[in-house]
Design a protein. Structure first.
Length: 415
């Protein structure tokens, strides 16, 4: 299986996909999957743009909306995680993962899926210690604080990933695991990014949660982005344990190292995306304690037996099949030929993919403030038959948006 790995997308799908198509033609290869390590910026319309955490001078529709509307199609399946520059209102709809656009799958705030027989896990957001033990308390419409805190990694999501027992082939995080610089060419990194030195000396460059996950999961590959440079490392787990191959990549700009093609051992294709049985069992076990306030999740209150959850999920997937529920548009798409209208709903939108998955698992919907325990009144399939929004096929020019070092570091100033 040939997998393309890309660093920070920053909404520039057009150029990344054009690069992939060019590589396929020049190298005479077929790329089976594109993986993006965050800052994807799934901006569908002007409302999403208002929820996008970037300085106002960098706020631009870019090109995701074309793939959301159907005007353009992704040339290969794409899996992405969230970073710290996202339209979080849309990603929150797909907290458990789902199709953000046809052929473009969001892995969720935390998640594991299978592509063919390759098992891919990921953690969205970045690590900030002062929010780590909080619940997911942010609510729409986001204020200036919520728009930044919502993408901060939470203990609840990390704890779920720490329950994974079966081998992970590929894991994704936006920020680097803490201490990863000890396992690669540190001198070369500091030559490119000398301002990293102080954080490395202080032991603060990277995510402590990601480091804990790497030590527990020991994946074959770990991919990251965030710091807008290429860096590779080999992490040996124990004296005779497995090795994790780590790679961080840049963002899509001319002359930058933002893309890498890897060949991963796998079964023969064609390949499809599937739910992961173990991950859905973990989701079922811990969803009853989903923390929607600032209070820390109480994991001892998760009383469901994991083996019973596993058997429940297995039976469900045997009856229904394991492919994710299909993509549904839940918001109007940007139309560059029309003036901007500010009549978008201000609250949370329930995505039919999320509702269908939770009904399949017989779980309560808890992503909005009005969530109450409800008896399923509709089949999961019927939730996906709701009408979607019309769109007009219009093109807009794509501009290069920012100097990457300037943008990175609106977040580093957070306290």
């Amino acid at each position: 299986m040939k997998i393309a790995v890309e660093g920070c997308m920053h909404g520039d799908l057009d150029n990344v996909y054009a690069t992939l198509i060019h590589l396929q033609e020049v190298e005479k290869i077929k790329i089976d999957l594109l993986i993006c390590c965050g800052d994807f910026q799934a901006v569908r319309n002007e409302k999403d743009l208002q929820s996008l955490n970037v300085p106002s001078k960098y706020r631009s529709m870019n090109s995701f909306w074309k793939y959301y509307s159907g005007e353009k199609a992704a040339p290969c399946p794409t899996i992405f995680i969230g970073g710290n520059h996202e339209a979080s209102n849309y990603l929150w709809e797909l907290y458990y993962g789902g199709w953000a656009a046809p052929q473009i799958f969001f892995l969720g705030f935390a998640g594991v899926v299978k592509f063919g027989n390759v098992r891919i896990g990921g953690l969205s957001g970045i690590y900030k210690a002062h929010h780590y033990y909080s619940g997911h308390y942010e609510k729409m419409p986001y204020n200036e604080q919520d728009i930044r805190s919502i993408y901060h990694v939470r203990e609840y999501d990390v704890h779920k990933l720490m329950q994974v027992q079966e081998p992970i082939d590929i894991f994704l995080s936006h920020d680097w695991p803490l201490g990863i610089t000890d396992h690669g060419n540190l001198k070369g990194l500091l030559h490119k990014k000398p301002f990293f030195e102080q954080e490395i000396l202080e032991g603060t460059l990277g995510s402590r949660a990601a480091a804990d996950l790497m030590a527990k999961l020991r994946p074959s590959y770990w991919f990251s982005a965030h710091l807008h440079c290429k860096f590779s490392a080999l992490v040996q787990h124990g004296e005779n344990g497995p090795v994790t191959k780590f790679l961080a990549l840049d963002k899509c700009l001319p002359g930058r190292k933002f893309l890498q093609i890897l060949e991963i051992e796998s079964e023969v294709g064609p390949y499809d995306l599937h739910y992961d049985e173990e991950w859905l069992a973990i989701t079922k076990k811990f969803n009853p304690i989903f923390p929607r306030t600032r209070m820390r999740a109480i994991f001892s209150d998760a009383k469901l037996d994991i083996e019973e959850c596993r058997q429940f999920v297995r039976n469900k997937l045997q009856m229904r099949g394991s492919k994710p529920f299909g993509f549904v548009r839940t918001a109007p798409c940007h139309n560059p030929s029309q003036s901007v209208a500010n009549n978008f709903p201000s609250g949370h939108c329930r995505n039919p993919q999320t509702e269908a998955l939770l009904q399949l698992l017989e779980l309560q919907y808890c992503l909005d403030t009005s969530a109450e325990l409800e008896e399923p009144s509709q089949s999961p399939g019927s939730l996906l038959s709701r009408g979607s929004f019309d769109y007009d096929k219009e093109d807009i020019p794509i501009e290069d948006v920012e100097d990457v070092d300037e943008l990175k570091e609106t977040d580093d100033a957070e306290t």
